[in-house]
Design a binder for this molecule. Structure first.
Ligand code: SF4
Length: 358
């Protein structure tokens, strides 16, 4: 296979070309026990670490491309064995961001190829203008809906799209976003299927699993969610609920209030579209400006760092703490949320409720 094609596989390791290439190398999970593939395991761990720490994953095309390609399935195996739903979700989101960024820099033909090879989507290039709208691609309505139905932003509703002859007409940025979302969904499914490997391979991976589990637990305590893709508003701390209530009532939030609310929602797993839609009730709502700011906070732009919400001390100093609600000795809104969920789980599971303040 040419270097160009191997680079394609490294960038899009979930495509048919990549799957065939991986099969042609003869690599199998049992090989992990041999120690010969330590570089692949280390690169797979680096992918996961980057997702944990920065919410993103880099693509390395300068080194050994086979290591880069094979590290993708090995990372999924490791995540499957770890069995941490929140970590799996964070990883899947990071892979989807990686893919979206790469696609935005590609020719249209590459988008068509990735969509076809990965999901059998019938994406067709258009490059035309419909009324005042520029159009780059069209795809069958049912394929669009299958992925776009998970977005909450009205932008993705079919009624807000150009549709005729069974086709949805889209900009390339929208197509890149759709492909990225589908990558996220497929990564999650794949991880959930990979829950066991042969005894020897498992033995050789065990130290790596322990290492990652330790590293993740420190960071993930701020990222814990009740269950995949679902957030529990009734477990939000009083300060965040108050900000939400004010926003929904059409009140204008101070800058720190907006920042605290956005960072909190992003960190508990509410997606960018949903956060943008929430702010649409504000009197001074400007969708593109809001989207830019939310994406920046989510680590999709600029510094690429996903911001954490301010501490309780900071929120108190800005007059945003709802003290009378009595949060005990909580120091951070995300810790309030995590404890509340843990307590609720313990109660619903019939075990002893936590002795923690919340
Ligand atoms: S103590 Fe912290 S979590 Fe509770 S309302 Fe105040 S700022 Fe929010």
């Amino acid at each position: 296979m040419s270097t160009f094609e191997r680079e394609f596989c490294a960038k899009y390791p979930f495509t048919e070309t990549a799957r065939n290439y991986i099969a042609s190398t003869g690599f199998s999970l049992e090989d992990l026990a041999s120690g010969e593939f330590v570089e692949i395991v280390e690169r797979a761990k680096a992918r996961i670490r980057e997702a944990i720490q920065r919410g993103e994953i880099s693509t390395f095309l300068e080194g050994d491309l086979d290591v880069e390609i094979l590290s993708y399935p090995v990372a999924l195996v490791i995540l499957g064995l770890l069995g941490e739903a929140r970590l799996a979700r964070r990883y899947a989101v990071a892979e989807s961001k990686r893919v979206e960024e790469l696609l935005l820099g590609e020719d249209d033909d590459v988008l068509v190829r990735v969509a076809e090879e990965a999901f059998s989507w019938r994406l067709v290039k258009e490059r035309t203008r419909m009324g005042s709208k520029l159009i780059d691609f069209c795809m069958p309505v049912h394929q669009f809906i299958a992925t776009a139905a998970t977005f909450h932003d009205p932008h993705w509703k079919l009624v807000n799209k150009l549709v005729y002859d069974g086709q949805v007409h889209l900009r390339r940025t929208e197509v890149a976003r759709l492909i990225a979302e589908e990558v996220k969904n497929r990564v999650l499914v794949r991880i959930s299927e990979l829950t066991s490997v042969g005894g020897e391979a498992l033995k050789s991976l065990q130290p790596h699993l322990e290492e990652l589990r330790r590293e993740a637990s420190g960071r993930m305590k701020y990222l814990e969610l009740p269950e995949e893709g679902v957030t529990s508003e009734d477990a939000y701390p009083p300060c965040i609920r108050k900000l939400l209530e004010d926003l929904r009532a059409g009140k204008s939030l101070p800058h720190m209030g907006r920042f605290a609310l956005t960072t909190f929602l992003i960190n508990v797993g509410v997606d960018v579209d949903e956060v943008v839609a929430l702010f649409s009730s504000a009197a001074d709502f400007d969708e593109s400006k809001t989207r830019y700011q939310v994406e920046h906070i989510a680590g999709l732009r600029g510094s690429k760092i996903r911001y954490l919400p301010p501490s309780c001390e900071t929120l108190k100093s800005f007059g945003l703490c709802v003290e009378e609600a009595g949060c005990g000795n909580i120091k951070h809104p995300l810790i309030y949320y995590r404890r509340k969920l843990r307590k609720r789980r313990a109660t619903s599971g019939g075990t002893e409720p936590s002795k923690e303040a919340v």
